[in-house]
Design a protein around this ligand. Structure first.
Ligand code: PBG
Length: 327
């Protein structure tokens, strides 16, 4: 029934009508806030490349997580900056490692928040690669043992969800087995299933002090030009036991989010990464864009593309804005 009978504008006439037919609703409970924890006490150091984000000591982290929880952010993911780094990233699986300490305190002092941890060695290795080296290459299979140890030590310290981001082949299966054998069959895995070798991670690498000392990550992270391969990665992780799968980054990969959504019925997460955050912040600081409107539009777009969950540094701000909008 074409114009003049068919008039889509009828349903856009008032806020009530628009609300009635709105297809996608962003909720604070969709959001997962990534946080960077550092040794020490009373530390809250701004991260230059990510305005509004901080390096936090455990005591400050607990405060921030509680404040975010009160705004409705009910899940966080932790990244650790260890006291020291070595060839095999041993602080990643140390019982008193920085993430392990943070988990223990959060578990005790910030109930009601899902605690997720990033499992990867790049923040812990002296060379900044995501696994152990053989010559100049990351050696896949020996790395799996270390990732499994890291995952189990996070579970012991109180993690609810383990999120491997290293992109080694077979890591989801190995971590699943290790968790089960250690008595953690109830702990979930969110796999960074389709993780691209992206320039959008630049600000994060400054924040996490995890830039590779030589080379890049293209030998293990995916080629940004590939989408079918993302489905293959997702299928493998699902077979190996992933409970949630992730696409990362988000904004330049909306098509991948949609394709993965069609492929699996598992919860799907998308990571609105550091470079995406920094671009919005930079433009907003100059007054070139309206930050609040842009952020809510971007996050709604990621959800509309098919993501159920969004990892985003905007989580607390977005939660506050949603609260203002909906009461
Ligand atoms: C660790 C890891 C990275 C990010 C999440 N986990 C960096 C990388 O792979 O180099 C990036 C997150 C972001 O940019 O916000 N491997």
């Amino acid at each position: 029934m074409p114009f003049p009978q068919d008039r889509p504008r009828r349903l856009r006439r008032t806020p009530m009508l628009r609300g009635l037919v709105r297809e996608t609703t962003l909720l604070a409970s969709d959001l997962i806030w990534p946080l960077f924890v550092v040794p020490g006490k009373n530390v809250k150091t701004p991260i230059a490349s990510m305005p509004g984000q901080y390096h936090l000591s455990v005591d400050k982290l607990v405060e921030e997580v509680k404040a975010a929880r009160d705004l409705g952010v009910l899940a966080i993911i932790l990244f650790g900056l260890p006291e020291g780094k070595d060839e095999t990233g041993s602080q990643a699986y140390a019982r008193d490692g920085i993430v392990q300490q943070a988990l223990e305190r959060l578990k005790a002092e910030a109930p009601g928040v899902v605690l997720m941890t990033d499992v990867c060695l790049c923040e812990y290795t002296s060379h900044g690669h995501c696994g152990v080296l053989k010559g100049e290459e990351v050696d896949n299979d020996p790395t799996l043992d270390l990732l499994a140890r890291q995952a189990v030590s996070h579970a012991k310290a109180g993690a609810d969800v383990i999120a491997p981001s290293d992109m080694m082949d077979g890591r989801v299966g190995r971590i699943r087995t290790a968790l089960d054998e250690a008595g953690f069959s109830h702990i979930a895995i969110m796999s960074y299933a389709a993780k691209y070798a992206s320039a959008f991670y630049g600000p994060f690498r400054e924040a996490a002090e995890s830039a590779p000392a030589f080379g890049d990550r293209r030998g293990y992270q995916m080629d940004p030009a590939n989408a079918r391969e993302a489905l293959r990665e997702v299928d493998l992780d699902v077979e190996e036991g992933a409970d949630i799968v992730m696409v990362k980054p988000a904004m330049a990969y909306m098509d991948v989010i949609r394709r993965v959504r069609r492929r699996v019925d598992l919860p799907l997460a998308a990571y609105n990464v550091s470079g995406e955050y920094a671009m919005v912040k930079a433009a907003a600081e100059r007054g070139w864009i309206d930050e609040k409107a842009i952020v809510l539009e971007l996050l709604t777009g990621i959800k509309r593309a098919g993501a159920d969950l969004i990892l985003t540094y905007f989580a607390p701000d977005a939660a506050r804005w949603l609260k203002e909008a909906h009461g």
